[in-house]
Ligand binder design. Structure first.
Ligand SMILES: [Fe+2]
Ligand SMILES: [Fe+2]
Length: 178
């Protein structure tokens, strides 16, 4: 096994959190769908699929490092929300927690001088910047566009494609490749 017991345990905890995030976002998407927020439902179901790929990245990493990835049971996620805005507040809060957890994994890898795991984790460090930016940008829309029925309708309409729009903007800020 080319990973320490401590780091394998911490990554298994992360697998558990990514699995819970997957279910939490499915539950939010489901609430949006039955409430008539179809753009947001699309957004959250895609978000859930992304969290599932995060979980699998950690599963593959542990298994390929000769450790055992533990596939966890998850608790029943919150299934009802007060408003569309509160679903994104819940999302941002969860992403901020994940950022802390990833930073903690990076610290363990640094302390153990485990360069392979440190390097593997860098993708997640960047991913968390994107995730927090994405949720922050969406929450800003409520400040800018408003919270009356028409504003909420417009925000919901914009959510189905917002991920690709924000990511494309992020790419254009990179210096051009030569
Ligand atoms: Fe994630
Ligand atoms: Fe995430």
């Amino acid at each position: 096994m080319r990973i320490s017991t401590e780091l394998a345990k911490a990554i298994n905890d992360q697998i558990s959190y990514e699995a819970s995030s997957t279910q939490a976002y499915v539950a939010i998407g489901s609430w949006c769908e039955r409430t008539g927020y179809n753009g947001a439902a699309t957004f959250f179901f895609e978000q859930a699929a992304e969290e599932n790929t995060h979980m699998l990245k950690f599963v593959h990493y542990l298994n390929n490092a000769g450790a055992e990835a533990i596939i966890p049971a998850t608790e029943k996620p919150k299934g009802n929300f007060d408003s569309l805005e509160s679903t994104f507040q819940a999302g941002l809060k969860s992403e901020q927690t994940v950022t802390k957890l990833i930073n903690n994994l990076v610290e363990i890898a640094e302390r153990e001088k485990d360069r392979a795991t440190y390097s593997f984790l860098q993708w997640f460090v960047s991913e968390q910047i994107e995730e927090e930016t994405l949720f922050g940008t969406i929450l800003q829309k409520f400040e800018i566009i408003g919270r009356d029925k028409l504003a909420i309708y417009q925000i919901d309409q914009s959510l189905a494609s917002i991920r690709s729009e924000i990511m494309a903007k992020g790419d254009s800020q990179q210096p051009p490749a030569n």
